[in-house]
Ligand binder design. Structure first.
Ligand SMILES: Nc1ncnc2c1ncn2[C@@H]1O[C@H](COP(=O)(O)OP(=O)(O)O)[C@@H](O)[C@H]1O
Ligand SMILES: [Mg+2]
Length: 283
């Protein structure tokens, strides 16, 4: 089967997927023009991530996955080829060139695979350079300056990412709300989206995991999230909460995957709940 070529030429006036300071590994994302107006995103093909999206978007009758779908970019089950590399295609979540965006990686541990040096690097990232270990978050990308509350700017967009890692969750959200002219109405909407994610997707998912853990029979699919980010986008009086980056996440189909996924999801829910309190404190 031949793979179609990606169309990376962004028409003038269209909103690209690949932007400055967006975060993630360099060269991982490309623009792919779906039709004359809409530019979608291509991400370098990764089997595990592709399977994660495919399962979430194909299984019916699973409330945890159906609720999770609302927070993922639209999925087209489409791949294309660019420079001899394969990319999978999904919705560009950024709908305006003026949007204020941040990529917030969730979890006290953000990776556990790879060889010794890779592991040491992640250990250093999680404990020394970033606040993953303390707050369970790490700011991976932001297109606005981060202010230390009452202490001025500590990180400008485009600066080395380690400088951003010193910002705590309060500083991050406070700066985001300021940069995006985020109103109380928008903050309320963000809290509602967070509640929906926690109560309709994450808690029902944890309940499936708990059941499977006890019975050791996988009768329903659940998921574990590791290295997954919140992508929060504000523009024109709207704010949207999305989830991206599932390269290290799992769809649990075997009993021996349950314990790890359970720990990941407990951590994920705890972290989102504390972020919720921080957002409420600013509101
Ligand atoms: N669907 C999307 N729409 C718009 N921007 C996206 C989308 N997915 C990813 N991005 C941007 O690309 C960056 C890298 O994507 P990510 O999936 O996190 O890759 P990596 O595995 O390299 O971390 C993100 O920080 C985000 O800014
Ligand atoms: Mg990422």
């Amino acid at each position: 089967m031949s793979i179609p070529k990606c169309n990376t030429l962004v028409p003038s006036g269209a909103i690209p997927c690949v932007r400055k300071n967006s975060g993630g590994k360099k060269g991982v994302m490309i623009n792919h023009v779906l039709n004359s107006k809409e530019v979608s995103c291509g991400k370098k093909f990764h089997q595990n991530e592709y399977d994660f999206y495919n399962t979430v978007f194909s299984l019916t009758g699973q409330e945890n996955l159906i609720a999770l779908r609302k927070f993922l970019p639209e999925w087209y089950s489409l791949v294309c080829e660019y420079n001899k590399e394969v990319y999978f295609v999904f919705e560009n979540l950024v709908k305006s060139n003026k949007a204020i965006i941040m990529d917030l990686k969730i979890g006290h541990k953000t990776a556990d695979t790879g060889g010794y040096f890779k592991q040491m690097r992640h250990y250093a990232l999680d404990t020394i350079f970033s606040l993953s270990n303390k707050y369970g978050i790490r700011l991976e990308g932001a297109n606005f300056p981060i202010q230390k509350f009452n202490h001025g700017v500590i990180s400008l967009p485009g600066k080395k990412k380690y400088s951003r890692y010193g910002a705590d969750p309060f500083d991050i959200f406070f700066s985001f709300f300021q940069a995006g002219n985020v109103t109380r109405h928008m903050i309320k909407s963000l809290i509602n989206q967070l509640d929906y994610l926690i109560n309709k997707a994450l808690i029902p998912n944890l309940e499936i995991l708990k059941r499977v853990k006890n019975s050791k029979r996988v009768d329903k699919f659940s998921f574990g999230l590791m290295g997954t980010s919140l992508l929060i986008i504000a523009h024109d009086n709207t704010i949207r909460l999305k989830l991206i980056d599932f390269a290290r996440s799992t769809i649990v189909t075997r009993a021996n995957q349950v314990n790890r996924a359970y720990k990941e999801m407990e951590d994920f829910i705890k972290t989102l709940s504390s972020l919720r309190s921080i957002i409420v404190s600013i509101f």
